[in-house]
Design a protein around this ligand. Structure first.
Ligand code: SF4
Length: 249
């Protein structure tokens, strides 16, 4: 069996491990992810800000309700926060998100009051992340989503809680790693020939695995396409050795 640990024995075989993991997930989830509409960066920012701790179908419905109720993001920026809160009331922490959303839209507006993030296109991924993460309610996950999945199409990996949990179980990152730490550690490991689109697919595949197989309270390892690669939950002494190797770095 070709365990992930074997990759760690060279300089840093985690890049090849990620490539193999990606292929296995693609082969398993045939046809996933389906095609979807690529949003402009401001729309993606709003979508991602609504999405925290909320089911995707709920945040998508809230986003659609905003689009239905206002002509554009300028009007959302100018609306009373309590009106926004009411429209997005089904998302988690609606009060906080409404306030942050209106403030963020104000901060990204030009002199005419038009919210735009198009200037990020000329920035490096690192600079664009720094810029976005200064906005209220924007962390590395939301910033990566704006940069990667909008039409900006930058090479930035979205890592959500599903993705992070699986990275930990695969021992690609240490236990109790934050999303920000995981982003910093995993980004340099991604194959240099992966496009922004492949990074997006990579994240979606991890998320899918986390939703249906490698779930938070139970990992259905017997059904998992990564079972032969994965040391969790210490399937053998090799798994323990891998963990010790990583955590000693
Ligand atoms: S083998 Fe088990 S723990 Fe490892 S990724 Fe698959 S479901 Fe998760």
């Amino acid at each position: 069996m070709f365990k992930v640990m074997q990759f760690f024995l060279d300089m840093d075989g985690r890049t090849e491990a990620l490539r193999m993991i990606h292929k296995r997930l693609r082969d398993h989830f045939v046809g996933f992810p389906p095609r979807y509409v690529i949003l402009d960066p401001v729309s993606q920012l709003v979508m991602s800000m609504l999405g925290g701790h909320t089911y995707s179908h709920v945040s998508k419905a809230a986003h659609a309700d905003l689009v239905r109720n206002y002509r554009n993001w300028s009007d959302v920026r100018a609306a009373p926060v309590r009106d926004i809160e009411y429209i997005i009331r089904n998302v988690t922490y609606a009060e906080v998100k409404a306030s942050r959303l209106v403030r963020a839209l104000a901060l990204i507006s030009d002199e005419s009051g038009h919210p735009s993030l198009d200037h990020l296109a000329a920035m490096s991924v690192e600079a664009a992340h720094d810029w976005l993460e200064r906005l209220p309610g924007v962390g590395p996950k939301t910033a990566a989503a704006v940069l990667n999945t909008s039409y900006l199409q930058k090479r930035s990996l979205v890592i959500d809680t599903h993705h992070l949990r699986i990275l930990e179980r695969l021992q690609i990152v240490r236990p109790n790693t934050s999303i920000a730490q995981a982003y910093s550690q995993v980004m340099p490991l991604l194959p240099s020939d992966w496009s922004a689109h492949i990074m997006d697919v990579h994240h979606m595949l991890f998320k899918k695995l986390g939703q249906v197989i490698c779930r938070v309270h139970i990992a259905h390892c017997e059904d998992c396409p990564l079972n032969q690669l994965c040391p969790y939950p210490d399937k053998s002494d090799e798994g323990k050795a891998t963990l010790a190797m990583i955590t000693s770095h």
